[in-house]
Ligand binder design. Structure first.
Ligand SMILES: Cc1ncc(COP(=O)(O)O)c(C=O)c1O
Length: 377
């Protein structure tokens, strides 16, 4: 049997990892400024993470949600404390798309409505509802196209928002704290404040997709928190498990649960919870959210001294470096000549930087050196 070929891949076989570094099967070392697509939050093979998984699997790795699992409550308590969403409830699942699928469904269960407002350039995943609120027609199969009504708005256009939210049929608005796949654009603080106010007034469920921008990456626990607002549902995945597949929803206590309303076999299993708890412990013990803010600022300051950069986008350690020309050759040169992984986005002119939050400023110097060399050639 061969693999179903849906991923364009670099011809690199990673066999080892530690902290911010990767090694391939030729023993070549790489600096990881991509974090496996923003997943590696506390660094590859972090000792606390390894120990937590090892200790848990020796006891029990998996049992289904048919029994009590106190480890889920431990995770919920820690997540509530650290995120500032203490009074919210937690639903656990396995991936980002699944989190958004359930978020949209839950909003519709809650207010009985079914139109969704999403944003241009959004990416929310590839399951049926999630792909339908994703602004990329290529990702939708014919069966995805005839679903509920979705209206895509331009980010940060207040008048259009006010007009769109006058429609009485809207179940939810879904936005990314910082757009990831779309290219690092983000809602302004004033726009988020307006959005939160209107949603509250109109009983529209506000869904913050923090799958990529959450878990400390922006310098806040969730990127939308810089605006001082609260969403009704926050979807999480990626950095939550540092590579162990886990996702979830933080849910406003006003949204009532009912047995059978949502569910999944693997969601919140013992091993995934152990991994996720070790991530939260490490974020706290190593003060990684403040660290991400500081290092992100230092990196931005240094990048702003380099030539040919049109714009720096994003926040903390979720940064986009935009040029006036396609960034593909820069990305490939960084990888093949200098051994540095970076990411791409729907914006072909942009390099996406998503390193583990444990990275130190000195670790970034080889990248700054390489980028300067490439740009001044
Ligand atoms: C903002 C956002 N939402 C949802 C998803 C989908 O997550 P997953 O690939 O885990 O289904 C992604 C993945 O890149 C994402 O960046």
């Amino acid at each position: 049997m061969n693999l179903f070929d849906v991923y364009p891949r670099y011809k690199i076989n990673i066999v080892k990892s530690e902290g911010i570094f990767l090694w391939d099967d030729q023993n070549r070392k790489y600096l990881d400024l991509y974090g496996g697509h923003g997943v590696i939050s506390i660094g590859h093979a972090h000792p606390a993470y390894l120990l937590a998984i090892q200790k848990q699997i020796e006891k029990i790795g998996f049992y289904s949600n048919s029994v009590e699992m106190p480890i889920q409550q431990d995770l919920a308590t820690k997540l509530g404390e650290q995120s500032g969403y203490n009074d919210y409830n937690l639903f656990l699942c396995n991936s980002g798309a699944e989190a958004n699928e359930n978020a949209l469904k839950l909003a519709s269960f809650h207010n009985g409505k079914k139109k969704i407002i999403a944003f241009k350039n959004s990416f929310h995943g590839r399951t049926a509802a999630a792909v339908h609120v994703t602004d990329d027609q290529k990702l939708s199969a014919p069966l995805n196209k005839e679903q509920f009504e979705v209206e895509f708005l331009e980010l940060n256009q207040s008048e259009a928002l006010i007009k769109a939210l006058n429609d009485p049929n809207i179940a939810a608005v879904i936005f990314e704290g910082i757009q990831g796949v779309g290219g690092l654009d983000m809602p302004s603080e004033e726009y988020l404040q307006l959005l939160a106010k209107l949603c509250k007034e109109k009983n529209i469920v506000l869904i913050a997709d923090e799958i990529q921008s959450g878990y400390g990456r922006s310098g806040h626990f969730f990127a939308h928190q810089s605006a001082g607002i609260k969403a009704d549902i926050i979807s999480i995945a990626k950095g939550m498990g540092n590579g162990f597949p886990i996702g979830g929803l933080l849910i406003n206590p006003e949204i009532e649960s009912k047995h059978g309303m949502l569910g999944t076999t693997f969601g919140g299993n013992h091993l995934a919870c152990a991994a996720a708890i070790s991530v939260l412990n490490t974020l706290q013990n190593e003060d990684l959210i403040q660290h991400a803010k500081k290092i992100g600022q230092q990196l931005s300051d240094e990048l702003s001294k380099l030539p040919k950069i049109k714009k720096l986008k994003g926040k903390g350690l979720m940064l986009g470096i935009e040029f006036d020309f396609p960034a593909k050759s820069i990305r490939e040169e960084l990888l093949f000549e200098y051994g540095i992984f970076t990411g791409s986005s729907a914006n072909a002119n942009l390099l996406r930087i998503l390193p583990p939050l444990t990275i130190q400023f000195d670790d970034l110097k080889p990248f700054l050196f390489a980028l300067n060399e490439i740009l001044t050639k």
